[in-house]
Unconditional design. Structure first.
Length: 317
């Protein structure tokens, strides 16, 4: 009688080779992002903690630059003014631009609307123009000397409403905010439009079978399903507005005139960091302002990711 054969040993699964192509392909993007974003950010954070005596070496001051920025009247008055103006600039976009974008997207998503492709293109086109061109163009349009806005208002019987909006402290920031809204309203419109097109037809058909049509269909069915897209637009608006600089600079200059009424954090940072006219540049205080801007944006993004986005996930389909 022969001995039983030994049990077969299961062959070990072949080891998968390391995907070297992944780090190779990611390396250029990581290097560029590090050089353009990470290193400048780290250097800005470092500079905010240092100072330099005239003609001497730099030395560590901790949070002294932030204390001066928040509480020293020479710095704090313009800083808090710029911060309040920035918040107002953001609120105009949130309360005017984004609702108009949602309304335009709802109208343009109607299947039987004639010329909707033309309307989408015309509304989105200003976003592709240079902000500098937009600033100078609207400055000419609203000029009380050679602008055409007074004549256009006269054609519809509203010439009495004309005022030098960019030259009055109480109107200038609102006027610039509405110019920015006009330029960028196409972005939320297109994002919301894409979100509406992504709604399953079965959901719309089921609602119509239940008798939900017209505005009720938008409010009860479409709007809840596009809340995640509206949340993304809101946080992008927040980030963009607290990084704003070019429109104010092109239309009103680095001083944010008249009398700093349109001064925001971006223009204040520019004057402090690089200097302007008789003001000497201070890169250390400028870095402190940039750090505050970074922390404001970071807090806003974290609040959205940890608070708002989790609640909006239930509306996704």
């Amino acid at each position: 009688m022969t001995d039983p054969s030994p049990p077969a040993v299961a062959a070990a699964p072949p080891r998968r080779p390391f995907p070297w192509h992944v780090p190779v392909l990611l390396a250029p993007a990581v290097l560029i992002y590090t050089a353009v974003m990470i290193l400048p950010l780290a250097e800005t954070l470092r500079l905010s903690l240092f100072a330099r005596a005239p003609g001497g070496p730099e030395y560590f001051v901790g949070l002294a630059n932030f204390t001066r920025l928040f509480f020293d009247p020479r710095w704090s008055a313009q800083f808090w003014n710029a911060l309040v103006n920035n918040l107002y600039f953001f609120m105009i976009h949130m309360l005017v631009q984004n609702p108009i974008g949602v309304a335009l997207a709802a109208v343009l998503s109607m299947a039987h609307l004639p010329g909707r492709t033309f309307y989408r293109t015309a509304i989105f086109m200003p976003t592709m123009l240079s902000v500098v061109i937009i600033g100078f163009a609207w400055k000419l349009i609203l000029s009380p000397i050679w602008g055409v806005s007074k004549t256009l208002l006269g054609l519809v019987g509203l010439q009495a409403w004309f005022a030098p909006w960019l030259g009055r402290e109480e109107y200038a920031l609102t006027a610039l905010s509405l110019i920015s809204v006009w330029q960028y309203v196409g972005i939320p419109m297109m994002l919301i439009y894409a979100a509406m097109l992504n709604i399953p037809k079965e959901v719309i058909e089921a609602a119509e079978i239940d008798g939900v049509r017209g505005l009720a269909l938008f409010w009860k069915v479409k709007l809840p399903l596009i809340w995640p897209a509206i949340g993304i637009i809101s946080i992008l608006t927040f980030i963009g507005n607290f990084n704003a600089f070019d429109l104010i600079y092109a239309a009103q200059g680095a001083l944010g005139g008249p009398n700093f009424s349109t001064d925001i954090l971006g223009t204040y940072l520019y004057r402090v960091f690089f200097g302007f006219q008789i003001q000497t540049g201070d890169p250390y205080m400028g870095a402190a302002i940039a750090t505050v801007m970074f922390l404001i944006i970071l807090c806003g993004v974290m609040l959205y990711l940890l608070g708002v986005q989790r609640r909006l996930q239930r509306y996704q389909f």
